[in-house]
Design a protein around this ligand. Structure first.
Ligand code: AMP
Ligand code: ZN
Length: 123
Protein backbone atom coordinates (compact mmCIF):
# COMPACT_ATOMS: atom_id res chain seq x y z
CA UNK A 1 0.00 0.00 0.00
CA UNK A 2 1.41 3.35 -1.00
CA UNK A 3 0.55 5.01 2.35
CA UNK A 4 2.70 2.61 4.37
CA UNK A 5 5.61 4.48 5.97
CA UNK A 6 9.09 3.37 4.89
CA UNK A 7 10.37 3.54 8.46
CA UNK A 8 8.58 3.89 11.81
CA UNK A 9 10.63 5.59 14.55
CA UNK A 10 8.71 3.66 17.22
CA UNK A 11 9.19 0.24 15.59
CA UNK A 12 11.75 -2.06 17.22
CA UNK A 13 12.58 -3.83 13.94
CA UNK A 14 13.10 -0.51 12.12
CA UNK A 15 15.55 0.33 14.95
CA UNK A 16 17.36 -2.97 14.33
CA UNK A 17 17.59 -2.15 10.61
CA UNK A 18 19.01 1.33 11.29
CA UNK A 19 21.44 0.04 13.93
CA UNK A 20 19.85 1.98 16.82
CA UNK A 21 19.37 -1.38 18.56
CA UNK A 22 22.04 -4.08 18.10
CA UNK A 23 21.13 -7.17 16.10
CA UNK A 24 22.88 -10.49 15.61
CA UNK A 25 22.85 -10.16 11.85
CA UNK A 26 22.42 -13.19 9.59
CA UNK A 27 22.06 -11.41 6.24
CA UNK A 28 21.60 -7.97 4.74
CA UNK A 29 21.05 -6.51 1.29
CA UNK A 30 19.45 -3.31 0.00
CA UNK A 31 15.89 -4.42 0.84
CA UNK A 32 16.13 -7.35 3.26
CA UNK A 33 17.53 -7.85 6.76
CA UNK A 34 17.81 -11.12 8.70
CA UNK A 35 18.82 -11.56 12.34
CA UNK A 36 18.73 -14.12 15.13
CA UNK A 37 15.58 -14.15 17.25
CA UNK A 38 16.37 -12.93 20.77
CA UNK A 39 14.23 -15.72 22.26
CA UNK A 40 14.91 -18.77 20.06
CA UNK A 41 12.55 -21.75 19.96
CA UNK A 42 15.04 -24.08 18.34
CA UNK A 43 18.77 -24.46 17.54
CA UNK A 44 18.16 -22.26 14.46
CA UNK A 45 15.72 -19.36 14.77
CA UNK A 46 16.13 -16.20 12.77
CA UNK A 47 13.78 -13.57 11.39
CA UNK A 48 13.65 -12.30 7.82
CA UNK A 49 12.25 -8.81 7.38
CA UNK A 50 11.85 -6.24 4.62
CA UNK A 51 13.88 -3.14 5.54
CA UNK A 52 10.87 -1.05 4.60
CA UNK A 53 8.30 -0.84 7.40
CA UNK A 54 5.31 -2.97 6.41
CA UNK A 55 3.22 -3.65 9.56
CA UNK A 56 2.10 -7.17 8.60
CA UNK A 57 0.96 -9.45 5.79
CA UNK A 58 -2.41 -7.68 6.04
CA UNK A 59 -0.89 -4.57 4.39
CA UNK A 60 0.88 -6.42 1.57
CA UNK A 61 0.10 -5.29 -1.95
CA UNK A 62 1.43 -5.81 -5.48
CA UNK A 63 4.38 -3.47 -4.83
CA UNK A 64 5.70 -5.94 -2.22
CA UNK A 65 5.66 -9.03 -4.43
CA UNK A 66 9.30 -8.69 -5.41
CA UNK A 67 10.75 -8.29 -1.90
CA UNK A 68 8.52 -11.01 -0.43
CA UNK A 69 9.46 -13.39 -3.22
CA UNK A 70 13.12 -12.72 -2.62
CA UNK A 71 12.70 -13.29 1.14
CA UNK A 72 11.06 -16.66 0.47
CA UNK A 73 13.75 -17.66 -2.01
CA UNK A 74 16.52 -16.60 0.37
CA UNK A 75 15.20 -18.56 3.35
CA UNK A 76 16.44 -22.06 2.33
CA UNK A 77 19.97 -20.81 1.70
CA UNK A 78 20.18 -18.95 5.01
CA UNK A 79 18.57 -21.86 6.88
CA UNK A 80 21.24 -24.21 5.63
CA UNK A 81 24.03 -21.70 6.39
CA UNK A 82 22.69 -21.35 9.94
CA UNK A 83 22.72 -25.09 10.62
CA UNK A 84 19.46 -26.56 9.37
CA UNK A 85 20.04 -30.05 8.05
CA UNK A 86 19.15 -30.83 4.42
CA UNK A 87 15.64 -31.72 3.29
CA UNK A 88 13.91 -34.15 3.71
CA UNK A 89 15.37 -35.42 7.03
CA UNK A 90 16.18 -31.88 8.15
CA UNK A 91 14.34 -28.87 6.80
CA UNK A 92 12.88 -25.93 8.67
CA UNK A 93 9.63 -24.13 9.49
CA UNK A 94 8.61 -20.73 8.15
CA UNK A 95 6.01 -18.79 10.15
CA UNK A 96 4.49 -15.38 9.53
CA UNK A 97 2.20 -14.37 12.40
CA UNK A 98 -0.31 -11.73 11.31
CA UNK A 99 -2.40 -9.57 13.64
CA UNK A 100 -3.68 -10.29 17.13
CA UNK A 101 -5.45 -13.51 16.29
CA UNK A 102 -2.37 -14.60 14.34
CA UNK A 103 -0.18 -14.11 17.42
CA UNK A 104 1.82 -11.18 16.02
CA UNK A 105 3.67 -9.24 18.72
CA UNK A 106 6.01 -7.05 16.66
CA UNK A 107 4.16 -5.10 13.99
CA UNK A 108 6.85 -5.03 11.31
CA UNK A 109 6.32 -7.90 8.86
CA UNK A 110 8.68 -10.78 9.62
CA UNK A 111 9.07 -14.41 8.67
CA UNK A 112 10.38 -16.74 11.37
CA UNK A 113 12.74 -19.41 10.05
CA UNK A 114 13.02 -22.16 12.66
CA UNK A 115 14.94 -25.41 12.47
CA UNK A 116 17.86 -27.54 13.51
CA UNK A 117 17.90 -30.93 15.20
CA UNK A 118 15.04 -31.66 17.62
CA UNK A 119 14.04 -31.41 20.43
CA UNK A 120 13.09 -27.75 20.17
CA UNK A 121 12.24 -25.48 23.10
CA UNK A 122 8.81 -24.91 21.52
CA UNK A 123 6.85 -25.98 18.44
P1 AMP B 1 5.86 -12.39 16.56
O1 AMP B 1 5.12 -12.97 17.74
O2 AMP B 1 5.72 -13.21 15.31
O3 AMP B 1 5.54 -10.92 16.36
O4 AMP B 1 7.38 -12.54 16.92
C1 AMP B 1 8.23 -11.50 17.28
C2 AMP B 1 9.57 -12.13 17.55
O5 AMP B 1 10.51 -11.08 17.64
C3 AMP B 1 9.66 -12.94 18.85
O6 AMP B 1 10.04 -14.29 18.54
C4 AMP B 1 10.73 -12.21 19.66
O7 AMP B 1 11.55 -13.08 20.40
C5 AMP B 1 11.50 -11.47 18.57
N1 AMP B 1 12.19 -10.26 19.01
C6 AMP B 1 11.66 -9.22 19.69
N2 AMP B 1 12.59 -8.26 19.89
C7 AMP B 1 13.73 -8.70 19.32
C8 AMP B 1 15.05 -8.18 19.20
N3 AMP B 1 15.39 -6.99 19.72
N4 AMP B 1 15.97 -8.91 18.54
C9 AMP B 1 15.64 -10.11 18.04
N5 AMP B 1 14.42 -10.66 18.10
C10 AMP B 1 13.48 -9.98 18.75
ZN1 ZN C 1 9.34 -1.26 11.33
Amino acid sequence: MSDVKHSDPDCIFCKLVSGKIPAKKVYEDEDIFAFHDINPWAPVHFLLIPKRHIPSMAQVGPEHVDVLGRMMALAPRLAQEQGCRPYPEGGFRMVCNTGGDGGQEVHHLHIHVIGGPRPWVKG
